[in-house]
Design a protein around this ligand. Structure first.
Ligand code: TTP
Ligand code: MN
Ligand code: MN
Ligand code: MN
Length: 368
């Protein structure tokens, strides 16, 4: 582990926003094990140790080579005593127990449905339900609109979206948007912007040159998608944005901009090369895809782009770094300097990194 030695002497930062993390994860055997433990803790609502495991996995993802000896972890941040058995055997016995535990497996299945969180999954489990077939055929299980859509399109939504499919979605949204407003722009964000080959959804930011027209644009885009007959599901969240508000101290993934969580019908004919990620026996000629659209005011575009590009761990550490190392508060809406008591303006992501005194990290290096 000579390479690792070099890494250790050059010091790995405890903050993901000071590490460059590509999709080339050399420590997948360890990070997969951590992710199982994280899922288990998220099902049982214990937030504290959960974050410690997430940080440990994130540090490992940033390393240029595989950890070979327990000692390799010594100089690294966030890899405390609680990580020992994972290194000792790759897959620790706790992880293996969980993987075949009936409750864990069922919770994993139920929470994989769009609209189903740990609370609902737990309720279903305690009613004795074990399969999605049982959930849909139980007359006394109440399902909300989101869960009904999640179950109806489960097969499609649980299958990853390819880059070609994401691009096809992008062309549909762009065309629809430009019919309404030729000067509006659209930016790919989320996992695909970080270079992922597959995603669970496609995330876009819609923007207008002038602040104030974005919410109406988003509503009209949704109307047109509906008119085209390709809107299978729409959860619209109206703006609760307040331009005077200072970013809050706690990490909140959700922001206050107008946005929508959609399921769109994607026609195979619109996808270039390769076609749909369907099973060969699936002859429908279309698939359902999850799409998120957010429409921030133009002057908050850079903050939204930085926030929606993720990864979530990268965002969490950007905000923690801002608060603890710079006395600043950051979220998807703004950056607030607590010493000067001012909101700092930014046109680009580079501006925000510069305000924070951080080296710029490219989107594909934010897979923390
Ligand atoms: P996701 O689409 O959930 O995740 P992802 O694109 O990184 O990966 P996947 O392939 O599984 O889709 O979220 C993208 C980013 O958007 C994530 O960093 C969280 C952020 N986000 C907000 O900042 N505010 C919001 O209101 C929502 C819904 C997401
Ligand atoms: Mn996404
Ligand atoms: Mn996700
Ligand atoms: Mn998303």
């Amino acid at each position: 582990s000579q390479q690792l030695g070099t890494v250790l002497t050059s010091r790995v930062s405890q903050y993901a926003c000071q590490r460059r993390t590509t999709l080339d994860n050399r420590n997948k055997i360890f990070t997969d094990a951590f992710e199982v433990l994280v899922e288990h803790l998220e099902f049982s609502d214990s937030k504290g140790p959960c974050l410690a495991f997430k940080r440990a996995a994130s540090v490992l993802k940033s390393l240029p080579s595989t950890l070979r000896h327990l000692g390799d972890a010594d100089g690294l941040p966030c890899l405390g005593e609680h990580c020992r058995d994972i290194f000792e055997c790759g897959k620790c016995s706790r992880v293996e127990d969980l993987m075949c535990n009936e409750k864990f497996r069922t919770m994993k299945l139920f929470t994989s449905v769009f609209g189903v969180g740990p609370k609902t999954a737990e309720k279903w489990y305690h009613r004795g339900l074990r399969t999605l077939q049982e959930v849909v055929s139980q007359p006394n299980v109440h399902l909300n609109k989101m869960q009904r859509a999640g179950l109806l399109y489960y097969r499609d939504i649980s299958r990853g979206i390819s880059r070609a499919e994401a691009d096809a979605v992008g062309r549909i949204i762009a065309e629809t948007m430009h019919c309404i407003s030729p000067s509006a722009t659209m930016t790919l964000t989320g996992g695909f912007r970080r270079g992922k080959a597959f995603g669970h959804d496609v995330d876009y930011i819609l923007s207008t040159p002038e602040s104030g027209a974005e919410e109406a644009l988003l509503l009209r885009v949704i109307d047109r998608l509906r008119y085209q007959g390709i809107l299978l599901y729409c959860d619209y969240q109206e703006s609760t944005f307040d331009k005077e508000r200072i970013p809050c101290r706690r990490f909140e993934a959700m922001d206050h901009f107008p946005k929508c969580f959609l399921i769109l019908k994607l026609d195979a004919m619109t996808v270039e090369d390769g076609g749909l990620q369907n099973n060969p026996e699936d002859q429908r000629g279309w698939r359902a895809v999850r799409v998120d659209l957010v429409a921030p005011p133009a002057d908050r575009y850079a903050y939204t782009l930085l926030g929606w590009t993720g990864s979530t761990q990268f965002e969490r550490d950007l905000r923690r770094f801002a608060r603890l190392e710079r006395g600043m508060l950051l979220d998807n809406h703004a950056l607030y300097d607590r010493n000067k008591s001012i909101l700092l303006p930014a046109k680009t992501e580079e501006d925000i990194f510069a305000h924070l005194g951080l080296e710029y990290i490219e989107p594909w290096q934010r897979n923390a």
